[in-house]
Design a binder for this molecule. Structure first.
Ligand code: ITT
Length: 206
């Protein structure tokens, strides 16, 4: 059936469309529908994901899938976390956001990889026009490198080296960042792909 992908972030939209590919949804983005961006007033990834999915489902009168995500840095007590997009300013300048992040780490003397641990978090929410909503969460652990490496992906990807891997998300193709498809023997890799696998298991099915 028809499904609204409730995001205005082009990088995310590409990944979600990829991940949804095998399930035969007829997707339309919040941007294409001209839906407004609700204010993200929640205190958690899940609360913000729910706000976005519900707003889109009600406005479009269709089921809607949203993602609220971010980078939680241990040395910064979980910052930027739910504020990850806002750290990039109104013009969404992630080169600057990454420089700011590195400056904060330098101030703390966080040079050794053990002091530069972080995780990406993705909360996905799927909401129906009647207000019913389900959420799942995926996470991936890694360390932050400097300087950033790679031109692929989006946001903080060039700084994020996933645990057990030699290349940053910025150096990985979309396929490699996703890892295995839901239902295959290879496990999902990225926070978003991991959350998506849980969503498929619990709420989309095959
Ligand atoms: P929507 O709310 O319209 O979906 P947004 O960019 O405002 O778009 P968020 O509030 O969830 O979305 O912010 C998440 C930010 O975290 C995003 O802008 C990226 O900077 C970062 N982020 C999330 N997932 C990421 C990923 O897979 N790779 C790199 N950065 C990521």
């Amino acid at each position: 059936g028809r499904l609204v992908v409730a995001t205005h972030n082009a990088g995310k939209l590409r990944e979600i469309d990829d991940l949804l590919g095998p399930y035969g949804f007829d997707t339309v983005s919040a941007g294409e529908l001209g839906l407004p961006e609700p204010e993200e007033t929640g205190q958690t990834f899940e609360e913000n994901a729910i706000l976005k999915a519900r707003a889109a489902a009600e406005a479009a009168e269709l089921p809607a899938l949203s993602d609220d995500s971010g980078l939680a840095v241990d040395a910064l007590d979980g910052a930027p976390g739910i504020h990850s997009a806002r750290w990039a300013g109104p013009d969404r300048d992630f080169a600057r956001a990454m420089r700011n992040l590195e400056e904060e780490l330098q101030k703390l003397g966080a040079i050794a990889p053990e002091r530069r641990t972080a995780r990406f978090v993705s909360a996905l929410a799927i909401a129906w026009p009647d207000g019913h909503v389900e959420t799942v969460r995926g996470e991936i652990e890694g360390t932050l490198v400097w300087p950033p490496r790679g031109e692929q992906g989006f946001g903080y990807d060039p700084m994020f080296l996933p645990e057990g891997h030699a290349r940053t998300f910025g150096e990985m193709s979309a396929e490699e960042k996703h890892g295995g498809r839901a239902g295959t023997d290879t496990p999902p890799l990225s926070h978003r792909a991991r959350a998506f696998a849980l969503l498929v298991e619990a709420h989309i099915g095959e």
